[in-house]
Design a protein around this ligand. Structure first.
Ligand code: CA
Length: 220
């Protein structure tokens, strides 16, 4: 069982997130302030840390810098939308990932699993080591090479990436990428074919798998 340290002072977030994580099979310890976070981090072994930026006693950035002196444990930052400019400071300080509140729990859990797998080498070769997506910059890279994707291809790839490990049907992909537009479902097949061809220029790893009769999935 993987063990997570949730450093968060907002009780409603703690309550629902702890329940969701435990439901998903994680063991969860909660630190309501930065000093508790550092104490629990020092006393116990964790597989991943969820770290809120605005924590009492010692803020998230101070905690992260201290943790990074001794540990490469995966750390996902929880940010509020207005704190968006702090992202760079956290990534520079060694954060592995961040999510913006209010976040989608399924997306957060997918990110947690990806980061734990990356940290332990479980399930290698893991997709994130090979595929990176920068949503703000509309860039996707495979093994360090930028993919020249159309907007639709980028959005399909991002949707599957955000839902890594879950099979998505053609209809779900169309709904996510085109909104209300219900096109021919072979629009998805054509775009996936193009994405695969572009990925294949840089890696032999099959990033998007076809699940016959169901849809597509990026495996974690
Ligand atoms: Ca807070």
């Amino acid at each position: 069982m993987h063990r997570i340290l949730l450093c968060e002072d907002e009780e409603n977030i703690v309550t629902f997130l702890r329940a969701e994580l435990e439901y998903d099979g994680f063991a969860v310890d909660v630190a309501p302030d930065g000093e508790d976070a550092m104490r629990l981090f020092t006393e116990n072994e964790y597989d991943l840390i969820l770290l809120d930026i605005m924590l009492p006693a010692k803020n998230g950035l101070e905690c992260l810098r201290e943790m990074r002196k001794t540990s490469r444990i995966p750390v996902i930052i929880l940010t509020a939308r207005k704190e968006v400019y702090d992202k760079v400071a956290f990534l520079n300080a060694g954060a592995d990932d961040y999510v913006t509140k209010p976040f989608d729990t399924l997306e957060l859990i997918a990110r947690i699993k990806r980061n734990i797998a990356r940290g332990t080498g479980e399930g290698a070769p893991s997709v994130p080591q090979c595929l990176h997506i920068c949503k703000e910059g509309y860039r996707a890279t495979v093994a360090g090479n930028e993919l020249k994707l159309t907007k639709t291809e980028f959005e399909i790839l991002t949707f599957l990436y955000d839902n890594a490990g879950k099979v998505k049907t053609r209809e779900e992909i169309i709904r996510a990428v085109f909104g209300d537009f219900y096109g021919e479902s072979n629009v998805v097949d054509a775009n996936i074919k193009n994405i695969r061809a572009k990925v294949a220029l840089h890696t032999d790893h099959e990033i998007i798998k076809t699940v016959r009769g169901k849809g597509y999935v990026i495996q974690v």
